[in-house]
Design a protein around this ligand. Structure first.
Ligand SMILES: [Zn+2]
Length: 255
């Protein structure tokens, strides 16, 4: 069997810190991620598992959420982020391939077929699926389609549509605006998804300090105002002891 062929619907599961044993992962991932078809799971590198799906639907569904909390037998949670597998996979770099919804607004209803919308979407990336409102034509002002795209690629703001008039043997060009919905960010410096260069704390160390100061301000505000909700919930007897307990709980949450 051609190994690469078998990797057609492949997703990397990247764990943030630690992950359950492989045998347990093979048992719990299909259940907890609602996988319908066959699924092969193998350990790829440290904290990275490779999931190969038999069904395209499972591949799309797995990529439809930015992260999953996988719970092991002991009830411990592990954060796992799905990333599209590509042959250039490296453990210290995340792929720039991602899935995102794009929309075409004010598109004529005559172009609301799958073929026409997929054709427009192919200017952005690889079309994956139409959304339900587009299939059912219940939102005629907007057509939405999920595409696999390269976050580092040249993502167009408009797609040009050439409309031919067969009777007059002429044509005209219409510009269709492309709206990107929640496009994942990618940092070229860190080679990671989740933030861009403007938000990069390696490129802009001053951001760490600002974040730290903002956290400290928030912490001070919270500590100066003991929460009524907390007091009520734990039914604490006096003002002094409630403040002490809240202070300790807040510090524990931050540390
Ligand atoms: Zn960065």
């Amino acid at each position: 069997m051609n190994i690469m062929e078998n990797l057609q619907y492949a997703v990397i599961g990247k764990f943030s810190c630690g992950c359950p044993e492989l045998d347990e992962l093979r048992r719990i991932i299909p259940k907890q991620c609602n996988i319908k078809g066959a699924c092969q799971i193998g350990l790829l590198r440290h904290r990275h598992v490779l999931m190969r799906f038999e069904l395209f639907e499972d591949f799309v569904n797995m990529m439809s959420k930015p992260s999953y909390y996988i719970t092991d037998n002991a009830g411990l949670y592990y954060l796992m982020r799905p990333l599209i597998y590509d042959e250039k996979f490296r453990v210290d770099e995340e792929t720039s391939q991602a899935m995102a919804w794009i929309s075409f607004h004010d598109l004529w209803s005559t172009f609301f077929g799958r073929e026409a919308i997929f054709s427009l979407a192919s200017a952005v990336g690889k079309p994956i699926q139409l959304d339900t409102t587009t299939i059912n034509k219940t939102r005629p002002s907007c057509a939405s389609v999920k595409v696999q795209l390269d976050l580092l690629g040249d993502l167009p703001k408009f797609v040009e549509l050439e409309i031919e008039n067969e009777e007059k043997t002429s044509s005209r060009v219409e510009k269709v605006k492309v709206v990107y919905d929640m496009l994942p960010k990618y940092c070229k410096r860190c080679k990671l998804q989740g933030h861009n260069e403007e938000e990069c704390r390696i490129l802009h160390p001053e951001l760490r300090k600002q974040e730290h100061n903002a956290n400290m301000e928030l912490k001070d505000k919270e500590l100066s105002k003991p929460s009524r909700f907390l007091k009520k919930q734990w039914n604490l007897p006096t003002k002094d002891s409630s403040e002490t307990l809240i202070r300790r709980l807040l510090l524990r949450a931050w540390n």
